[in-house]
Design a protein. Sequence first.
Length: 267
Amino acid sequence: MWLVKLMLALAGSYVIVAAGVYFFQTWLIFPAGLAALGPDLPASVRHVELLTEEGERIVVVRLLPERSAAEPRPLLLGFGGNAWNADALALMMHQLLPDYEVAAMHYRGYEPSGGRPSAVALFDDARQAYDHVAAETEAGVVAVGLSIGAAVAVDLAATRHLRGVILVTPFDSLKELAAHHYTWLPVRLLLRHRMETAETLRNLDVPTAIITADNDVIVPAARSAPVREAARDLRSDIAIASGHNDLYGHPDFAGALRESIAAVSDD
């Protein structure tokens, strides 16, 4: 009898955990609170407020280049990882690439943007951010997506004209990535947020550059490899000897980013 009670208790605990993952998955995937604090930005910063169809406020941060280029350069539109503050992303790109104008979008639900985050909301808002910046640039837009932001960049390329996409530590599918990390849960059935990066990219001719981390345990090689295979116009593929989160401070990252921009911008 005790064995039956133990099995029932374990089954009940499993159901409770699975239910918790289902109901709290939005917070687990989009931990907006971790991205609340941003750095101080240069005086040239512009914060642009956009309104979604639902009336939610979306904030795009823009930083002008420090110096003028002889030839027009594409604007770099950044989409950060799920715990990135867009001000921090814009500042990082500005410091690494001071001769480019950069912009980044505060995801819906990530202060100072309003609303509640979701995969669909991020995709919709990215199109609106693109429409805003594309109207003010002559040389086109290159989307730079970091981790979960790579899925946003690829989805944007499916509906808007981009000079190229730069995908940093991308994953092929959010459900497959979740299944990799939660092998003991039926996450493919539980997941409400869908990001099918490889499947979307497979149908696009957009110039693509990929930067991965050799020692990435958050987005392992098995989950980034299908993105590489799906790219129909892969211009650059760079691997850096680092982990997922320390990639951006690696001395080779700035050079990889510049090489990627040059590759996708080369007509």
